[in-house]
Design a protein around this ligand. Structure first.
Ligand code: AVI
Length: 323
């Protein structure tokens, strides 16, 4: 079952308003959440399979190896809640670990992408001991709805995986972690996946891959603006660029104009002029040190319980509990 938070015209109105606002900033920006329409979500799924993008496989290895320990502190009946559900394969590993407890597991999936929700529901549909509710909503709205619908008894384990936290800037991640904490009760837990700082060469291959899949993922946001907001972006006139920002410890994705040009976006009511070489900043992907993850989340009112680090790809899963 997929419950939709907003009607389509309302979503397009928000998109138009935010595109107009963010393209008027210096530097020009488009929020990374808009990368995930149906094609964007499929391209992201493909990125996760690329040999150079190792986050998904590293995280799945950690989950497959230690799922039992990760669910151990949470009391039955367990509710799992995944923020940004991807394909559902990771939450399935934790649901499998709970099968031995012979209790039903409720799973809430929260994603703004209908494609991601459908894919996850299909993956989880194969498990007999789980019931699944998909919320097509922002993280914040979905969290609040799932918290209202959870049973009075038992623990809730929130999964925020895949280093999705890395797409928030530090103040926004603090705010969001505090928001998660605000919806939880003592005994609940948070499992956080975060990508670690690693050599720049590895990061560049992950975010500017030789097959050009990440470039297509990034440029697709212009395809989406052309379709949904009747714009006339010339895709050949923008290039994908990934940049490591060492001061902020983040990989930035940009779309760089290859010539001076003006683009019109009628449904956002704007015309936008680009200089040669001017960029639109479309995403930040922060990278962390293991101890920094503990600090970041502890500041939001959680207690760290355990951390698992994948040493090759340099990726960490950290479990926090609410006291
Ligand atoms: C979804 N998110 C954690 C990905 C990341 O690594 O920041 C999105 C992505 N962007 C480019 N490649 C993958």
């Amino acid at each position: 079952m997929i419950l939709s938070a907003t009607t389509v015209p309302e979503a397009v109105r928000d998109f138009a308003r935010e595109v107009a606002r963010d393209l008027a900033l210096t530097p020009k920006q488009i929020q990374s959440k808009y990368l995930y329409d149906a094609l964007g979500s499929s391209l992201f799924e493909s990125i996760c399979r690329l040999p150079w993008y190792r986050i998904t496989r590293a995280e799945s290895r950690l989950l497959a190896r230690s799922a039992n320990e990760m669910v151990a502190p949470v009391e039955d009946p367990v509710t799992l809640l995944e923020l940004g559900c991807g394909s559902g394969e990771k939450v399935a590993l934790l649901a499998e670990a709970l099968r031995t407890r012979r209790r039903r597991v409720a799973i809430h999936l929260i994603d703004i992408s209908a494609t991601a929700l459908e894919l996850s529901e299909r993956t989880l549909g194969a498990l007999e001991h789980v019931s699944v509710v998909g919320h097509r909503a922002t993280y914040e709205d979905g969290l609040r709805r799932a918290a209202r619908e959870r049973p009075a008894k038992g623990g809730l384990l929130v999964l925020f995986l895949g280093s999705n936290i890395g797409n928030f800037d530090p103040p926004a991640s603090q705010e969001f972690l505090a928001e998660i904490r605000g919806t939880l009760r003592p005994g609940d837990a948070l499992l956080l996946g975060a990508d670690l700082v690693k050599p720049v060469g590895e990061l560049m291959l992950a975010y500017d891959d030789p097959l050009g899949v990440t470039a297509a993922f990034n440029k697709n946001v212009l395809v989406r603006i052309n379709r949904e907001l009747a714009a006339n972006f010339d895709l050949k006139a923008f290039e994908h660029r990934a940049v490591w920002n060492p001061l902020e410890r983040r990989v930035e994705m940009h779309l760089v104009s290859v010539r001076p040009q003006t683009v019109s976006i009628p449904r956002a009511g704007i015309e936008v002029a680009f200089d040669d070489g001017e960029s639109i900043w479309t995403e930040s992907s922060y990278k962390y040190e293991p101890a920094e993850i503990m600090e970041l989340v502890s500041e939001a009112g959680f207690r760290s319980h355990a951390q698992w680090v994948e040493p090759d790809a340099r990726f960490a899963l950290t479990l926090f509990v609410v006291e």
